[in-house]
Ligand binder design. Structure first.
Ligand code: RIB
Length: 331
């Protein structure tokens, strides 16, 4: 089997240059890169990733931890991360944690064992000690939807609070006069901020009451249950802002079962923009730039892995109102 030394010898460059080429890390001239690529092809050279990682080199593998792969938000995010990883010559190991902190810890241990170069974490249950454990092992981290101040952790969020305000402002413009809210897991910054946005825009109105807030978990079932409870407390509510699209879908079902027409009797808006086109009525939402978030996550992780100095550690992305049938005004 050909070795890195064979490649270096035949290409007429140093082993260090071949190594920089393989790791996509550091300068290699275009001529040298072309020659190395041709020699690798000719010798059918396959870098031994285990030996390379034992030698302290990169494995070109990153972990991606998501809480619920069945939520369309996460496949779209994973797609963007995978596309970008592919451009960098990296492979992504997907870990679905089911919101289970024990499963999360097990995955972190496994990924460390496999010598990943970095990790992107989207989680409702991540604990500071998990992040500290990764930091102790010098594993760069990109954290989605949560903020953890540190030089080796990049946090990516969207304008969650503004999104919550926008949702309520839109429902008010569409004629709603009693708006309920279904909030997501309070353990994550993004979810709390969306609820803060709802409260900012509602508090001070003559209809607001804290009992208009239902507590839930970002699932369809959770949204359905919360909506039933809210309807029992406030049968005359006429608007609902759910903190993600799946909960909005559950709320819609509960409203329809209760004989409410959406949007005539109650208007509903979600958050995420996962494009649930099959729903009737089509769902209005506060859309996140999901693909851009995923690509930025991977770009930032590569920057951390390469120890670049110009990394922005806290980044916030804009959200946009996408008005569809579920909040349309009927004359
Ligand atoms: O729907 C999934 C939610 O989890 C999204 O809103 C995303 O921001 C993440 O926190």
């Amino acid at each position: 089997m050909a070795t890195i030394k064979d490649v270096s010898k035949l290409a007429g460059v140093s082993v260090a240059t071949v190594s920089r080429y393989l790791n996509k890390n550091g300068y290699v001239s275009k001529d040298a890169a072309d020659t190395i690529a041709a020699v690798i092809e000719k010798l059918n050279y396959r870098p031994n990733t285990i030996a390379r990682s034992l030698a302290g080199m990169k494995t070109a593998t990153v972990g991606l931890m998501v809480p619920d792969i069945l939520n369309p938000f996460f496949p779209e995010l994973a797609r963007a991360i995978e596309d970008a990883a592919n451009d960098y010559g990296y492979t992504v190991m997907l870990c679905n944690t089911d919101n289970d902190s024990i499963k999360e810890q097990k995955y972190i241990d496994t990924l460390l064992h496999k010598q990943i170069d970095g990790i992107i974490i989207s989680s409702y249950t991540i604990k500071p000690e998990h992040l500290t454990q990764l930091q102790k092992n010098s594993i760069p981290v990109v954290l989605m939807d949560n903020v953890f101040s540190s030089d080796s952790v990049v946090s990516l969020t969207v304008e969650n609070r503004r999104g919550g305000e926008l949702a309520v402002e839109h429902l008010l413009t569409q004629g709603c006069s009693k708006i309920a809210h279904i909030c997501g897991p309070l353990s994550i910054t993004s979810s709390r901020e969306r609820t803060n946005g709802y409260e900012n825009a509602s508090r001070g109105t003559d209809w607001f009451s804290p009992s208009l807030i239902g507590y839930s978990d970002f699932t369809v079932k959770g949204g359905y249950t919360a909506m039933r409870e809210l309807l029992a407390l406030h049968p005359n509510l006429d608007g609902v802002f759910a903190s993600n699209d799946l909960m909005a879908a559950g709320a819609l079902r509960a409203l329809q079962e209760a004989g409410k027409n959406v949007p005539r009797d109650v208007k509903v808006i979600g958050f995420d923009g996962i494009g649930l086109e099959m729903m009737t009525p089509e769902l209005s939402t506060i859309a996140q730039p999901i693909y851009e978030l995923g690509k930025t996550a991977m770009d930032s992780l590569i920057g951390l892995i390469r120890q670049e100095t110009d990394i922005v550690t806290d980044q916030t992305f804009p959200v946009t109102l996408v008005a569809k049938q579920s909040t349309m005004t009927h004359n």
